[in-house]
Ligand binder design. Structure first.
Ligand SMILES: Nc1nc2c(ncn2[C@@H]2O[C@H](COP(=O)(O)OP(=O)(O)O[C@H]3O[C@H](CO)[C@@H](O)[C@H](O)[C@@H]3O)[C@@H](O)[C@H]2O)c(=O)[nH]1
Ligand SMILES: [Mg+2]
Length: 193
């Protein structure tokens, strides 16, 4: 089904407390050519980038563990999530962002990163486009403890896991984060580890 057109887009800011929740009102042309007025809320936190750090010799991956409040209020008992390293672009290009986040969150200084996907993770409600990368790390690249930026209350724990164990954690439901599952499966399908 093709969308005929969109016109008269109006934006109302419902909240700009931290990121921005907008309400859009617009006219949408239906397949029969008629127009209807629709309303949709969209949460705008900018775009983001994430990376799976892997080591093909050791057969390991580096992941992070941190508290995610939205999961805590929706069934995730202690609110902790195991995720690939990720961050918001904050004006950087995705590759630079992901290198910076890697050093801040995991303590590895990595140069070679490869983009493998671009994805909208929640297209019905969140504007964010997420750029997904993979990158090989080794022990010599570890320059600090990581843990997150000093000025942010992130408290990120760095995990180095056996790749097969990480894949098992996906099937057991111990890893539930979508971008992390996508990248682990990409690594498996393409024989990276
Ligand atoms: N005070 C306050 N701080 C906030 C709020 N929301 C986020 N923060 C702070 O801002 C930090 C942003 O850290 P980043 O590392 O840049 O982003 P992220 O939260 O890890 O986001 C990544 O993961 C998300 C979830 O999977 C992705 O949606 C996103 O694209 C990105 O990849 C958070 O860790 C937290 O400290 C808020 O409402 N209030
Ligand atoms: Mg982060």
């Amino acid at each position: 089904m093709k969308n005929g057109g969109i016109k008269n887009v109006k934006r109302e800011i419902l909240s700009d407390n931290w990121y921005i929740l907008n309400k859009y009102t617009y006219d949408y042309q239906k397949p029969d050519g008629s127009w209807e007025t629709q309303e949709r809320e969209a949460y705008d936190r900018g775009n983001g980038a994430a990376i799976l750090l892997y080591n093909s010799k050791k057969k390991t991956v580096v992941l992070t563990r941190q508290f995610r409040m939205p999961t805590y209020v929706n069934g995730n008992k202690d609110g902790m999530m195991i995720e690939v390293c990720a961050g918001l672009l904050d004006g950087d290009n995705p590759a630079d962002c992901v290198r910076k986040e890697t050093e801040e969150e995991t303590g590895y200084k990595i140069n070679n990163v490869q983009k493998v996907f671009q994805t909208y993770m929640s297209p019905g409600s969140v504007t964010e486009e997420l750029f997904l990368f993979v990158g090989e790390y080794d022990d010599s690249m570890k320059v600090s403890d990581g843990g997150g930026a000093e000025d942010e209350t992130e408290n990120i724990e760095v995990l180095e896991l056996n790749f097969d164990e990480a894949i098992t954690m996906v099937s057991k439901g111990e890893i539930k984060d979508a971008k992390t599952i996508m990248l682990l499966q990409y690594a498996k399908l393409n024989g990276l580890v």
